[in-house]
Design a protein around this ligand. Structure first.
Ligand code: MLT
Length: 264
């Protein structure tokens, strides 16, 4: 599905009935990463997946240097669909975007799932890593980014034994333009530290992490869980950073149990 909002095309899917769940993807992927959740939950909830600007079927916003722009694009889509409140599920960069959503639009949030993400801003070393990745993207195109990112996104066991997942994730990365990759990197490097936001979060919150996540290690999820009152932390065995793709059954079970417990 596509909508033209403020002159820009936004790619999204909207199916099912019930509480709206809005899924926000990771870097440098697209809404396609949420297919295992859509397949499992579409008969029970209203599921919305969105392509952030420049990803999948959405137009790029070249002059976007903060994740607030991404949060705003989500709110614009919800306004377009007539949805006042939703439960948001964000993985990694999607999680960083949820912090921006919470900061700017707390009234729109019924619940949050912070998957494989972190509250801290980038360190100086992390920012330098973003700059060198932007140079690689510019000089060598998305295939070089796929080679760099796959070992960060997937657990060694997934890389060794699930070639279909590796290929699916590689294709998503190859479909992302180098311009989009650079815009994402600039926006992620500029994101503020959200540690102080954590104790102010009052909506039901689920934190999910893969036990073998190297990009956003388990300890960071524990530290978020300690600061968000009443939050639940689920560690998914055998998963790396893309826990929803690598271990969909465990991810879906954690999500479903959270939604049921909180009557969402
Ligand atoms: C992601 O999966 O969105 C990225 O690994 C996030 C990041 O690079 O910080």
């Amino acid at each position: 599905m596509k909508a033209v909002i403020k002159g820009l095309t936004v790619g999204y899917t909207d199916q099912g009935k019930g509480t709206p769940l809005v899924f926000v993807h990771a870097f440098p992927l697209s809404k396609a990463m949420w297919q295992p959740q859509v397949d499992a939950l579409k008969d029970t909830y209203r599921l919305i997946t969105i392509d952030l600007p420049g990803h999948g079927e959405s137009d790029i916003v070249l002059w976007n240097d903060t994740l607030d722009g991404y949060a705003k694009s989500i709110i614009c889509l919800l306004d377009h669909l007539g949805i006042a409140q939703a439960v948001f599920v964000g993985l990694s960069m999607g999680g960083y975007t949820l912090f921006s959503l919470y900061r700017n639009y707390p009234d729109r949030i019924q619940g949050m799932v912070l998957a494989n993400t972190r509250a801290q801003a980038d360190s100086e070393e992390g920012k330098a890593g973003r700059r060198s990745m932007a140079e690689v993207a510019f000089k060598e195109e998305s295939s070089a980014i796929a080679d760099l990112m796959l070992p960060k996104l997937l657990a060694p066991s997934t890389l060794d034994h699930h070639s279909e997942i590796v290929e699916q994730v590689r294709q998503m990365i190859l479909q992302t333009s180098t311009a989009t990759i650079v815009v994402d990197l600039v926006a992620m490097a500029a994101r503020p530290d959200s540690t102080d936001l954590l104790p102010t979060i009052t909506c039901p919150t689920l934190i999910i992490v893969g036990e073998n996540d190297v990009a956003t290690p388990v300890a960071e999820s524990h530290s978020m869980a300690e600061r968000i009152a009443g939050s639940t932390l689920v560690t998914i065995p055998g998963a790396g950073h893309l826990s929803n793709v690598e271990q969909p059954a465990a991810f879906n079970e954690a999500l479903q149990s959270f939604l049921t417990t909180h009557r969402l």
